[in-house]
Design a protein around this ligand. Structure first.
Ligand code: HEC
Length: 288
């Protein structure tokens, strides 16, 4: 029976053992694989989490960037606006500068013109001034001459008294030049009352005919008129000087003295100058 007991053959044991070992191994492998899968799964989960997190973060960043981009865009827009404004302001300024420049240019031109006009006016004035200066010089010369002449001027009586007989000489050898003036003085002194307006005589002797009662030289004529003759000569001055009647006219009488009535010797010389122009020796008709 004991033999019976050992009926289970060895190969069954071996197979059983192999099976057991195989089962154990397979179970172990399964556990290992499960564990591995578990780990992979959890890793996947965590990767998923991470991915989700990263995606969220990316979204946030993208949003942030988008906002920043929007801001940047709007800033760029503003800057462009500013730039446009600045550009248009610059343009305006440039055009106003241009206007100013052209205004300056025209002001400069008109200033130059004005300066030229001023120069011309100054030149003109300078010329006038020069003329005036030379005229003043001329007038001063004339005045000096007049003053000189006046310094020499005396009353006819003074001249007669200060000049020796025979030495009175007319300063007007060119007597025609002062004849007109002399005639006015002749009329003003009243000579025409006796000798006629043209000197042809009337109440008294003609001054135009060939007869000269006392002589026709300057000295004699000057003294006749200044001192008078005959009874009408104060203190008989004329006769006392030695003048005698040489000729006789149709009327005979004394000639009044004009030495005080005629103011200056110059006036008297001018009257004598006129007398010489109307004397017959000077005239074409009824020449003597
Ligand atoms: C009141 C009249 C009267 C008046 C005015 C008069 N005379 Fe005579 N004149 C005479 C008489 C008169 C004689 C002649 C004198 C004699 O014969 O002595 C004379 C003579 C003369 C002579 C000489 C003439 C000759 O032929 O030689 C002269 C020149 C002269 N008179 C000039 C003048 C002048 C110039 C005036 C004016 C300033 C003047 N007389 C005013 C009356 C006058």
């Amino acid at each position: 029976m004991r033999e019976q007991k050992n009926t289970i053959p060895i190969w069954v044991w071996i197979v059983g053992a192999v099976l057991v070992i195989g089962c154990i191994f397979a179970g172990y492998r399964t556990i290992e694989t499960r564990q591995h899968l578990e780990a992979v799964k959890s890793k996947l989960v965590s990767v998923k989490h991470l991915a989700a997190k990263t995606a969220a973060e990316s979204d946030a960043q993208i949003n942030e960037l988008q906002i920043k981009l929007d801001q940047a865009t709007s800033e760029i827009g503003q800057l462009r606006n500013n730039l446009d404004t600045a550009q248009s302001q610059l343009k305006e300024r440039a055009s106003s500068l241009e206007t100013m420049r052209s205004e300056l240019e025209s002001a400069k031109q008109s200033a130059a013109k004005t300066a030229a006009e001023f120069d011309a006016q100054i030149n003109e004035l300078q010329t006038k001034l020069d003329q005036a200066t030379s005229e003043i010089g001329q007038l001063r010369n004339k005045l000096d001459k007049v003053v000189e002449v006046h310094a020499e001027i005396m009353t006819p009586l003074e001249r007669v008294a200060s000049t020796p007989k025979g030495q009175l000489k007319s300063p007007y050898p060119d007597f025609a030049s002062v004849a007109e003036e002399g005639h006015r003085k002749y009329m003003a002194a009243g000579c025409n009352g006796c000798h006629g307006g043209g000197g042809g005589g009337g109440m008294a002797a003609p001054l135009t005919n060939p007869i000269w009662i006392y002589g026709d030289d300057d000295d004699t004529l000057f003294r006749v008129i200044a001192l008078g003759t005959g009874k009408l000569s104060p203190d008989d001055a004329f006769r006392k000087l030695g003048y005698k009647r040489k000729g006789s006219e149709f009327t005979v009488g004394p000639m009044p003295h004009f030495g005080e009535i005629i103011k200056t010797d110059d006036d008297l010389w001018k009257i004598i100058a006129w007398m010489r122009t109307v004397h017959c020796s000077r005239r074409v008709e009824d020449r003597c």
